[in-house]
Design a protein around this ligand. Structure first.
Ligand SMILES: [Zn+2]
Ligand SMILES: [Zn+2]
Length: 148
């Protein structure tokens, strides 16, 4: 009886361990769906919902972070060192910035209607290599339509 009760919990833990392991291999800050596509190769019966719930659990227990970048709240990061991100304005891909600049000071900021400022965040908008190359191709096509 005790074993029967124990089983689902064990499965949860194993699934979570695989999810964490796969996320730690990636530098791409995957969405829950992208990670699901990877994890299901090892756990064919796992569902997207289970992956998502485990990601939220890992976030709440402080083992991973859920990115809070403009327009992108569904990406996850296993890199727990303080660092900043650049996001491609074209495709939304995200990369780490390894030489972070100082966050703006918040001590002297007073905003009517806000009791306190909690934190500031530095983030960068960029253009990834793939999008820059695609854009360059498009521009060539636009300038020289006969060469397309
Ligand atoms: Zn891009
Ligand atoms: Zn990161």
């Amino acid at each position: 009886m005790a074993e029967l009760n124990h089983q689902p919990q064990t499965r949860m833990t194993q699934q979570r361990a695989v999810i964490l392991e796969e996320l730690r291999k990636l530098k791409t800050h995957p969405t829950a769906d992208e990670l699901y596509q990877i994890v299901r190769q090892r756990l064919p019966r796992i569902s997207l919902g289970t992956v998502y719930r485990n990601l939220l659990f890992l976030t709440e227990s402080g083992q991973i972070t859920k990115l809070e970048i403009a327009g992108n709240t569904n990406r996850f990061d296993a890199n727990m060192q303080p660092h900043q991100h650049v996001r491609c304005v074209c495709c939304g891909s995200v990369a780490d910035i390894h030489s972070p600049v100082c966050e703006p000071a918040i001590d002297n900021i007073h905003v009517p209607g806000f009791a306190r400022i909690l934190k500031s965040r530095v983030e960068y908008d960029g253009l990834c290599d793939a999008c820059a190359a695609a854009l360059a191709r498009q521009e060539k096509v636009a300038y020289y339509p006969d060469r397309a």
